[in-house]
Design a binder for this molecule. Structure first.
Ligand code: ZN
Length: 287
């Protein structure tokens, strides 16, 4: 089955991961801007990083027939430095016309501080002014529920934010309804041991259904698995879910969310159906 990994940090993965992902059926992925494992000293460091996300990494992915998309922001950890964050937000528009950019992300909260909230709202302002999709990181720490609640309140307090153009990521059993009931898209992050395992993700899907929900590996420099999405496919098959249901989660849904981006270009081989909606058939994957 073809699949999409809508959240993976390929900058910190080796080329062999692209190879294995392609062999497992990965046809596209998206890479949100994130914390590099260390705090960067200047906005110029981010300029280089955005160049990497919008130019270098798509070329590496293309060697394996995988389409590479990206999201731009300064992440919540570094957002504690408000003046640096503002400099980074100022340089984002330079990169917004790159063909692989899907929007602003992953923005959110880490320790739910006032500075993080300020910079989160300034990203929302940029997204509203530039009509960009938004990808939200919800905290992994023990106050995940509180952080998710704060984020959703800030989204709902900004009347310019359209919920169907926002994806709330890293949802778990106790936060998935907050996202879905607010009309947002959401994603479950599959980690091999901690956080949401493929079995827990399958349980969540059985609980809430398959509308506006997807799954990702969030693979990065930590212990993580670039083949986590196909692991979920196996788990859902083992439980007897039909192939269309599985494909909706791992392929149709991420594509439907991404297609709202104003720069979106359909892939060759995707036919339009009678309603003018591109079908989900990829006939031949080109780099
Ligand atoms: Zn991430």
């Amino acid at each position: 089955m073809y699949f999409i990994d809508p959240h993976i940090h390929m900058i910190s993965r080796v080329t062999d991961d692209y190879h294995r992902m392609a062999l497992s059926g990965c046809v596209a992925l998206s890479e949100p801007a994130f914390w590099a494992g260390f705090d960067r000293n200047s906005a110029e460091g981010f300029r280089d990083y955005f160049h990497h996300l919008t130019d270098i990494e798509p070329k590496r992915a293309a060697l394996f027939g995988i389409r590479h998309y990206s999201w731009l922001c300064i992440n919540a950890k570094e957002a504690e430095n408000v003046s640096l964050s503002r400099e980074v937000i100022k340089l984002i528009p330079e990169f917004l016309d790159k063909p692989n950019v899907l929007g602003i992300g992953e923005i959110g909260l880490n320790k739910n501080t006032r500075n993080e909230a300020t910079i989160f709202q300034e990203h929302l302002d940029l997204a509203a002014k530039t009509n960009e999709l938004i990808l939200i990181h919800t905290p992994h720490l023990e106050d995940k529920y509180k952080g998710t609640r704060m984020i959703i309140d800030m989204l709902q307090n900004d009347s310019r934010v359209l919920p169907h153009r926002v994806l709330v990521d890293h949802v778990e059993e106790h936060t998935v309804r907050l996202a879905l009931d607010g009309g947002f898209w959401c994603a479950m992050t599959l980690y091999p041991t901690t956080k949401c395992t493929p079995a827990r993700a399958a349980d969540i899907l059985e609980m809430v259904g398959t509308d506006r929900i997807m799954a990702n590996s969030a693979g990065d420099w930590g212990k993580s698995d670039p083949l986590a999405v196909p692991e979920l496919v196996l788990e859902l098959r083992r439980r007897g879910h039909p192939e269309e249901t599985i494909r909706k989660v791992v392929y149709d849904n991420p594509l439907a969310f991404w297609r709202q981006c104003s720069r979106w270009k359909e892939w060759p081989g995707q036919a339009k159906d009678r309603n003018g909606v591109a079908s989900d058939l990829v006939v031949g994957v080109e780099g």
